[in-house]
Design a protein around this ligand. Structure first.
Ligand SMILES: *Cc1c(COP(=O)(O)O)cnc(C)c1O
Length: 407
């Protein structure tokens, strides 16, 4: 019999003893959630604008997800030796609502991106270019924590030579939103360009129209693949199923993950044209990926997002949110240097790296959960069902935090 922990303190004491310390955590133990709100083991209630890092797109305890979980009881897993209906339905829904022809599954964002990288290398070889294997990715990007995706991630900090070297070969970096910088990295050895249409971890930075269109033209000219990483900004977050649909620029492949399964681990790679034919039996696969549990939840997630006004809400409340943040920046002159975002991924850039963590801590004390990324950007990725009243609560908490901190 497991004896349940009765308080945050009791659970965290056990965690300190047994849980590996590779994550820095706030000192609360999450117990349950409802919509945009969560409760800890002591019964404290918090407004959640982290949303499981953009995973809880429909919020906590959404009735459609609860229903899908119930259905999944009949079959949790069956392997990829066989078909299962939820997996087929998810692929159908994605393809019918995008430029893509086919979808394959993974278990996480990193694994989906790893799949894209493998696909790009094989695509080059299939098309008579064995010399092409380099992927150009962007500085300030984030693509995951596996060796290849950590290498694709354009941040010095994850390439620390004292950590995991030697890193896999075949990656070069260019400046985001700078087409000339990408062209400077181009060569006969390049098989693909990989970018997020809106950088998430890098500080909520939307690509410019010219940049994404320029990448598309460049890839067409060279006969190489354009690959988007929409692990964070896909699945409805920007008000469309895919962020790139806001630009009208179609990649050859695109990854999804975070919000796709409403909390159950799932990743997906969507592909079109020739890129949808590259991975054949034996070249790529997975034991767990595309199973009925994960796909059953993804099916319910997408169905709800596409048909229940969730993405429209993300657009409407997102606009309201940015207006409120802009108002706030006027109230604390010089503290917020820029407000950026698209739909329900929004950020407020701060004047330096000291303020962010202090504001996050102050808000935490006010029982409002937010996060700071890229050192100085407050990032807001709440459930897409968030209301204007909930936005008001968060903006008020930040306002008070800034005043208390003397900004
Ligand atoms: C979170 C994230 C990943 C990694 O996803 P995991 O599921 O943590 O492996 C990759 N790319 C982007 C853009 C992300 O935001």
């Amino acid at each position: 019999m497991i004896e349940r922990f009765k308080s945050n303190a009791e659970a965290i004491a056990a965690a300190d003893k047994y849980l590996y310390g590779n994550h820095a955590r706030m000192p609360i133990v999450m117990d349950k959630g409802e919509g945009c709100w969560v409760w800890d083991l002591d019964g404290n209630k918090y407004l959640d604008f982290v949303g499981g890092i953009a995973v809880n797109g429909l919020g906590h305890h959404h009735p459609a997800i609860v229903k899908a979980l119930d259905r999944a009881k009949d079959m949790m897993h069956c392997s990829n030796y066989y078909y299962n209906e939820p997996a087929i339905q998810v692929c159908k829904m994605i393809c019918e609502n995008s430029c893509f022809d086919k979808v394959f599954f993974a278990n996480s964002g990193a694994e989906a991106n790893e799949g894209q990288i493998k696909l790009a290398r094989k695509y080059a070889k299939d098309h008579g270019h064995p010399e092409r294997y380099v992927v150009i990715s962007m500085l300030k990007s984030f693509h995951g924590r596996t060796l290849a995706t950590a290498t694709a991630t354009g941040q010095e900090i994850v390439h620390n030579p004292k950590w995991f070297s030697p890193l896999p070969e075949g990656f070069r970096y260019a400046e985001f939103n700078n087409l000339e910088s990408v062209k400077a990295q181009m060569g006969d050895d390049v098989c693909a360009i990989l970018t997020e249409p809106v950088q998430g971890e890098g500080g909520v930075r939307p690509a410019s129209q010219e940049f994404l269109q320029g990448l598309r033209d460049l890839c067409d000219e060279k006969g190489i693949l354009l690959m988007f990483d929409e692990v964070q900004v896909g699945s409805g977050r920007t008000g469309k199923l895919f962020a790139h649909q806001n630009y009208g620029v179609e990649p050859d492949t695109c990854s999804m993950a975070k919000a796709l399964g409403s909390g159950v681990p799932i990743g997906a790679v969507c592909a079109r044209g020739e890129a949808a034919l590259t991975l054949t039996p034996g070249t790529h696969g997975s034991t767990f990926a595309g199973g009925p549990l994960a796909c059953g939840l993804a099916e319910a997630t997408l169905d709800t997002m596409l048909h229940e006004g969730v993405m429209d809400n993300a657009v409407k409340v997102g606009e309201y949110f940015r207006a409120k943040l802009t108002e706030l920046s006027g109230k604390h002159p010089g503290t917020i240097t820029e407000v950026r975002g698209m739909g329900m991924i929004n950020g407020a850039e701060l004047k330096d790296n000291e303020i962010g963590p202090k504001i996050v801590q102050k808000c935490f004390e006010k029982k409002v959960l937010i996060n700071c990324t890229a050192g100085n950007v407050l990032r807001f990725i709440p459930p897409l069902i968030v209301t204007e009243e909930e936005v008001d609560i968060v903006v008020k908490a930040i306002d008070e935090a800034m005043t208390e901190l003397g900004y």
